[in-house]
Design a protein around this ligand. Structure first.
Ligand code: 5GP
Length: 240
């Protein structure tokens, strides 16, 4: 069993620990929830446990479908052993419906299905508030080279197809989500970070009930109860 040797990085919802092995890290999911770039904060009961379980199962599903990820194994209710990667400094957002910042930016109502999935790039920077960036600008400013951006874009579209089918089978519309990639010591591009309701919009296909962090952002109810419900659906669908 690998042990923690120090804290490499701490974000809003996770902590990354080093281990004795320089190529392996422990990713710990916290109960903290934040919104609006950290302006709204709360501790949500068992959020770390629910998100660790949801992300572990979804990464297993994606691995089975041929997507390389950083996940090695689950270590505890809130911890995963992951491969150390050099993270690509761009957040990849894929959208299947109009919602969130897209709706706001173009003055649209939330909900309409897009004619095809669209991908947007955002700079991974809390300090800058994760600004939207174009492909050319991202390359010219050194956030990632064109080959990496294009490889991540292709993978994001593939992951979206797998995730759309997965959530549809659970009666949930996958509206949009954010993913991150990194390169391991051998230069392989891996899906990193997490896929949880913290970074996805999930709407019940029949009732439109929100099953994601918008419950917290918009004060729509009890986030812990929402995540518990999602964790149960995912655990029933993806046995480990
Ligand atoms: P929007 O751009 O509409 O705010 O977000 C689009 C999607 O990406 C949503 O599902 C949202 O949860 C996710 N997302 C955007 N930025 C972040 C981020 O910094 N962290 C996380 N966890 N998700 C994000």
């Amino acid at each position: 069993m690998p042990t923690k040797t120090g804290v490499l990085a701490e974000g809003k919802s996770k902590r990354l620990h080093t281990t004795e092995d320089p190529n392996l890290l422990i990713q710990e999911f916290k109960d903290d929830a934040t919104a609006f770039n950290g302006v709204k904060k709360a501790s949500i009961k068992s959020k770390g446990v629910f998100n660790c379980d949801i992300s572990t199962r979804i990464f297993h599903l994606l691995e089975e479908a041929g997507i390389a990820t950083h996940l090695v194994e689950n270590l505890s209710a809130t911890e995963q052993l992951v491969k150390r990667v050099d993270i690509v400094m761009i957040e990849f957002i894929v959208r299947n419906r109009v919602a969130g910042s897209l709706a706001k930016r173009y003055g649209m109502d939330e909900g309409p299905e897009l004619p095809r999935p669209i991908i947007e790039y955002f700079v991974k920077s809390d300090e800058l508030g994760d600004p939207l960036i174009g492909r050319d600008c991202a390359e010219a400013l050194g956030y990632a080279d064109f080959a990496t951006i294009d490889e991540c874009t292709e993978l994001t579209l593939k992951i979206n197809q797998l995730m759309l089918a997965f959530w549809a089978q659970l009666g949930v519309n996958l509206v949009d989500f954010k993913i991150e990639f990194g390169r391991d010591a051998e230069g392989n591009l891996l899906l990193a970070d997490e896929i949880t309701p913290d970074g996805c919009r999930l709407w019940d296909a029949k009732t439109n009930e929100k099953l994601d962090k918008d419950v917290f952002r918009r004060d729509l109810g009890d986030l812990s109860e929402t995540y518990e419900k999602v964790a149960k659906m995912v655990a029933d669908a993806i046995p480990l």
